[in-house]
Design a protein. Structure first.
Length: 318
């Protein structure tokens, strides 16, 4: 049966789905002071913030801020065969370039495509011009360590490293998912570019079914392996780290992205003051009841351990 738009909106509200306007007006505007946005919009500042709090992040090799510095790129990359280039003020995974190796004078992307040094410099130059930044403003390019995939994710990832997104409200983890790279996403863990999102049970850290381009999937579209039932390693640690990001950022509503490196374990990639809402689709669960539970029952001033325990008790699939 076809629903009219107003009927669809009513059905979504009844299912507890949080929409963008309500997210912005009732939550972000209320608990995210605007003065704190630069702490998370600038990835270099976010990295420094995390390091100061003792949270591991991918090693920063260098930052290029003006066009004249692009000429320094060969020296900066001398002796490095794998790395990641990111816009400092980017969003949605746009402009992220993952280099996994080098063949003679060409750099190899995760897809196997090769880039010349001139093409790499052109990408960095576009980044500085603001092609990938928030609002199209002039930006900077950061070059950092390329995370190595944890073996548990190899069967359900294609040419890239999954990341783990957790929405944290007032310091309480309320919803989580893993984003799994695909061939379509060019090895990037970005849902808008074609990655798969799979919900994660807050209590156990076990994955559920996946969503790919709004289609429910049980298997990875490239590897054919089952998505559900994967135990995320060090799940309690990841929940604690996500909860701590509230304390170090001051933002009451945020998305926190971590990766699991096979050598170094959990690493924080970034924090987001305006996290997307597709995490609800990945979990087939609305955010509103969980946010309401925190407002109604959570204790202000609770430490990290208490907040994680509350989340596991209230939001797990027991």
């Amino acid at each position: 049966m076809m629903l009219f738009p107003w009927q669809r909106a009513r059905a979504l509200r009844a299912a507890g789905v949080l929409g963008m306007n309500q997210r912005n007006g009732d939550f972000i505007a209320r608990v995210n002071p605007r003065r704190l946005y630069p702490l998370v919009d600038d990835k270099v500042r976010t990295k420094a913030l995390a390091q100061a709090a003792g949270i591991r992040v991918p090693q920063l090799y260098g930052v290029l801020r003006i066009q004249h510095e692009v000429a320094q790129l060969p020296d900066l990359l001398d002796g490095r065969e794998d790395f990641v280039v990111k816009p400092v003020n980017g969003s949605g995974g746009n402009g992220v370039l993952v280099i996994v190796g080098k063949r003679r004078d060409r750099y190899r992307k995760a897809s196997g495509a090769l880039l010349t040094e001139d093409e790499l410099e052109h990408h960095v130059s576009n980044t500085l011009s603001g092609l990938y930044s928030l609002g199209g403003q002039p930006d900077a390019a950061m070059i950092e360590y390329r995370v190595k995939i944890d073996s548990v994710f190899e069967p359900i990832s294609y040419q890239g490293v999954p990341d783990l997104r957790t929405v944290v409200y007032r310091g309480y983890p309320v919803l989580a998912m893993v984003r799994l790279p695909t061939a379509l996403s060019d090895g990037k863990a970005n849902l808008h570019q074609g990655a798969i999102g799979a919900g994660i049970d807050i209590a156990s850290g076990i994955t559920g079914r996946g969503v790919w381009r709004n289609e429910i999937v049980d298997e990875h579209i490239d590897t054919g392996n089952p998505i559900a039932g994967v135990q995320v390693p060090q799940w309690d640690t990841l929940l604690e780290l996500a909860a701590r990001c509230y304390d170090i950022s001051g933002l009451g509503y945020l998305g926190v992205d971590f990766v699991l490196d096979r050598d170094f374990g959990p690493m924080m990639l970034e924090m987001n003051a305006r996290p997307g809402l597709n995490i609800q689709i990945a979990n087939q669960t609305g955010l509103l009841p969980r946010l309401a539970a925190v407002d109604a029952h959570a204790r202000d001033g609770a430490d990290v351990a208490e907040r994680v325990a509350f989340a596991k008790e209230r939001f797990g699939r027991h």
